[in-house]
Design a protein around this ligand. Structure first.
Ligand code: ZN
Length: 304
């Protein structure tokens, strides 16, 4: 009896040591680029996935550099869910070579991309900025596509379907689970979209001002227009700031939206000049649906 007991205990300990630290037995460690994508993958994958996020809270997916400890963790992952944010341009290739068994899934495939909103200020090209060669944008930057696809519910339905297909392909035994979860999630997204359409009914064409133009797809989904403060990834220069203040005054804009990952300096300058205020709107919240509703209410209140 005693020998049997020890044997079972040892077998159990061995079994436990090969299981992932969390998640159910047999769940797959996967990586995602940003927090909202973690939410989407968990909605579809349930307890079959154990999700790690590359870009931590407060960091920018435009410029993020993965930590060595994340590269180590990546070697255990079965799937990497990308979404087309800029740091992936540099890093996906490195992720792939550090773990050739890991499949990289482009969850944004099939989403109709729109160009990044940006002012095309041509003062610089007139030589106004003598020392400023380093600040000049290469011509092709003007055609850059907006990476913030996850802020539009219709896009998220496409993203969810891509996640579901990738999970089914990796783990066909649980096809039914992934497909049912995906359908349920898409229904939730549909309800949210209907609610937001209702919220913005009659406000079509109205403009909101935002430091970093993350809300292009959101604006498109609800017939709104975002006016960016940041100019092609940089703080506006004094003359550009004056022009933005003039525009805000002319169009009755009273709120300048900012997000925690970027500086609020120029947004505050504009808000002060127009007698308005700065309001936070975080596009990277892991509470995707709740946060989108909250942001939408702030936008709706600011539009008039
Ligand atoms: Zn961004």
């Amino acid at each position: 009896m005693r020998i049997l007991g020890v044997g079972l205990g040892t077998a159990l300990a061995l079994l436990l040591s090969v299981l992932p630290a969390s998640g159910e037995p047999g769940s797959t460690p996967v990586f995602v680029s940003i927090l909202p994508l973690k939410t989407f993958v968990e909605k579809v994958g349930g307890s079959r996935v154990e999700v790690s996020v590359m870009v931590p809270p407060g960091a920018s997916p435009h410029t993020y550099e993965p930590k060595p400890s994340q590269m180590v963790a990546l070697s255990r992952a079965g799937l990497y869910f990308a979404i087309g944010v800029p740091f992936e341009d540099v890093w996906l290739k490195r992720f792939a070579s550090s773990n050739p068994r890991m499949k990289i899934v482009h969850t944004e495939d099939g989403v109709e991309r729109i160009p990044m909103e940006a002012h095309h200020d041509h003062d610089e090209e007139d030589g106004q900025e003598a020392a400023g060669k380093k600040n000049r944008e290469p011509a092709d930057r003007h055609g850059v596509m907006d990476p913030h696809v996850w802020l539009s519910p219709p896009n998220v339905k496409i993203i969810a379907a891509n996640i579901s297909s990738a999970l089914v392909e990796m783990d066909p035994a649980h096809r039914n689970l992934y497909e049912v979860n995906c359908r349920k999630f898409i229904q939730e997204v549909d309800r949210l979209h209907a609610e937001l359409k209702n919220l913005f009914a009659g406000k079509e064409g109205l403009k909101f001002m935002v430091f970093h133009p993350s809300w292009g797809y959101f604006a498109k989904a609800y017939g709104l227009k975002q006016v960016p403060v940041e100019l092609e990834g940089k703080e506006p220069k004094p003359a550009q700031l004056m022009a933005l203040i003039g525009q805000a005054k002319k169009e009755g804009i009273k709120v300048v939206f900012v997000q925690p990952q970027f500086s609020t300096r120029s947004a505050e300058t504009i808000a002060k000049a127009i007698g308005g205020r700065v309001v936070f709107a975080d596009p990277l919240s892991p509470e995707w649906a709740g946060s989108l509703k909250e942001q939408a209410a702030k936008f709706a209140a600011a539009l008039r």
